[in-house]
Ligand binder design. Structure first.
Ligand code: FES
Ligand SMILES: [Fe+2]
Length: 334
């Protein structure tokens, strides 16, 4: 269950998508159903009725917040407990339950913890700009036919910007590039991932802003505008082996009118659309082990992600080694 993506909090989708109807969502190969349980609180269960295995997402949510299976109308609360088994007044309700997945609703997103069971001790690492009341936010979701590890590396990769995005965000840097131009990348670890900046030939106008990786699958880019906040976030949510949901969230302290949101969304969609065909073409689809691809100095940041991915995430299973580093065999960086 959730193979390769176990025991982590991840954004799943925009919270706005979850209304009164159950919402079927695929996450790391597992089918989940989200619904609003009692008091409107978001909840998620594995989308499989414990009675005969049908999709609970085909059912309905009762006014008391119980999810009713479409087949024999067993009713489940937000913790997966069976509250009623119609036509069987003597059924031992406590003996049956659906599989519950921990959920949070934060920063306009639904988050899930990728294992079945009680809430974990830790909370999701939510970038500040997603919960800052002073900022206007925009949300875009697009699905890519790519493994999430490639999508994530793309989001952390500065050297592609002048080439893939030559008509958009790379437009200003492109004319500054000469045959001997050099990109310098600075990198530092943080308690939730790492932070990186890059510049070309030391020119301030070619500074790319500060890029932050927030484990396991979030990028936050701070675009420097004096006196203002402008951040772009990307969550790379694994759906299946070759399918990733990209959630792009813009947060800004200026031009905050909601009337402008479609414009900001249009720009984010366009940038993502420039990345998509390149990332989808990656072979192999998942980032490979060390040495399988040629790397240079400007790959430093993505190699740090690759190290984390290979040691912590790849091959993680819901078995007894849950969450433990996968050993020293997969060292990418010296
Ligand atoms: S299959 Fe769900 S109640 Fe029977
Ligand atoms: Fe890009």
């Amino acid at each position: 269950m959730f193979e390769g993506f176990v025991n982590v909090w991840t954004p799943v989708t925009r919270a706005k998508r979850l209304g009164r109807k159950p919402l079927a969502v695929e996450l790391a190969g597992e089918r989940l159903v989200f619904f609003r349980g009692s008091g409107g609180r978001a909840a998620a269960l594995v989308d499989r009725c414990p009675h005969r295995g049908v999709k609970l997402s085909l059912g309905t949510v009762a006014p008391d917040g119980c999810l009713e299976c479409p087949f024999h109308a067993w009713r489940f609360d937000g913790d997966g407990r069976v509250r009623e088994v119609p036509l069987n007044p003597d059924a031992r309700l406590a003996a049956f339950s659906a599989q519950r997945v921990p959920v949070r609703e934060l920063g306009g997103l639904l988050w899930a913890f990728t294992r079945v069971g009680d809430d974990p001790a830790e909370s999701p690492a939510v970038p500040e700009a997603l919960v800052d009341e002073r900022l206007a936010r925009t949300y875009v979701e697009v699905d890519w036919d790519a493994h999430w590890s490639r999508a994530m590396e793309n989001m952390l990769d500065s050297p592609h910007v002048p080439f893939v995005h030559r008509r958009t965000i790379g437009r200003a840097v492109r004319p500054l590039l000469g045959p001997r131009s050099q990109m310098t990348v600075r990198w530092e670890e943080t308690d939730r991932g790492f932070r990186a900046t890059s510049s070309v030939d030391g020119r301030p106008e070619a500074e790319g802003g500060t890029l932050e990786f927030v484990r396991p699958n979030l990028m936050a880019l701070d675009i420097p505008i004096p006196g203002k906040v402008f951040r772009i976030h990307a969550a790379c949510v694994p759906i299946g082996e070759r399918r990733t949901r990209m959630i792009l969230i813009g947060a800004r302290s200026f031009a905050r009118s909601p009337l402008l949101n479609p414009l900001f969304n249009w720009v984010n969609r366009r940038i993502a659309e420039e990345d998509r065909p390149v990332v989808e073409s990656s072979d192999p689809s998942e980032v490979p082990p060390p040495g399988a691809e040629a790397s240079v100095a400007t790959d430093r940041v993505t190699l740090h992600f690759r190290k984390y991915y290979l040691e912590r995430m790849r091959g993680s299973t819901s078995g007894p080694t849950n969450g433990a580093p996968r050993g020293a065999a997969l060292r990418v960086l010296a």
